[in-house]
Design a protein around this ligand. Structure first.
Ligand code: CA
Length: 232
């Protein structure tokens, strides 16, 4: 059963949508504010988000941006203003559909089904592109400006984990878990050693890393300057 998260501050609208979606066989989560909506998304990982543009707590656009920074959940944006839609599309937030208020709940359920069908039929992304790097998650290969870079499996896993979420700071223990499949406190320096080797191979100037940044007191992150495109 697919789970739909509705982030909308008009209680009556939420009630109606919820009831139609539930009758349509969906599991429904709701949030009445942008900030709590994002946190629900983070914790529950719904299959699709219906997102109102004007929200208290955090603007719908900001919620969409934050969701997009961390994942590919399909988003249907809801706006009360016809003249907003051009701007929304122009922002390239990666919203999958737009609905203008007032709308019929039946129509929303139909759109939800269509977006989910499209999302489900798309193969999962297997290539991450960030600036001049190309990371093929299936072939386990990395190229920089079309030059192949040889990485060990551990280095590859480290890079793939970080590059999948540019800008997210990872703790050493999280990276260790992602790359080595183990997470023991006290093995922190192992990650540092792998990152050092990874930088030596990846970076043009390992002393001034562009891709993998140190986050003092935490660990490492893939630079958010390199928002990637996903390709299948
Ligand atoms: Ca609203």
């Amino acid at each position: 059963m697919s789970t739909i998260l509705i982030i909308e501050d008009e209680a009556e609208l939420v009630r109606v949508l919820r009831s139609y979606l539930e009758q349509g066989g969906f599991n429904v989560l709701t949030a009445y504010r942008g900030d709590s909506g994002f946190s629900t998304w983070e914790h529950k990982q719904p299959d699709l988000v219906i997102l109102d543009l004007n929200l208290p707590g955090m603007d719908g656009l900001e919620v969409a941006r934050k969701i997009r920074r961390h994942g590919d959940t399909p988003i249907i944006m809801v706006t009360a203003r016809v003249d907003e839609t051009d701007r929304l599309i122009g922002l390239e937030l990666g919203a999958d559909d737009y609905i203008i208020k007032p709308f019929s709940p039946r129509e929303v359920v139909a759109r939800v089904r269509a977006v989910l069908r499209r999302a489900g039929s798309q193969p999962t992304a297997s290539i991450l592109r960030a600036a001049d790097l190309e990371i093929d998650l299936e072939a386990h290969t990395v190229t920089r400006s079309s030059t192949s870079i040889e990485l060990t499996p551990t280095e590859f896993n480290l890079l793939a984990a970080m590059a999948a979420q540019p800008g997210r700071a990872f703790k050493r223990i999280q990276l260790q878990e992602a790359a080595l499949g183990t997470a023991y406190e006290g093995y922190d320096r192992t990650v540092d050693a792998h990152v050092k080797n990874l930088r030596a191979k990846l970076e043009v100037n390992p002393k001034k890393p562009r891709y993998i940044e140190t986050v003092f007191g935490i660990g490492y992150r893939f630079s958010k300057n390199y928002q990637h495109e996903r390709q299948s």
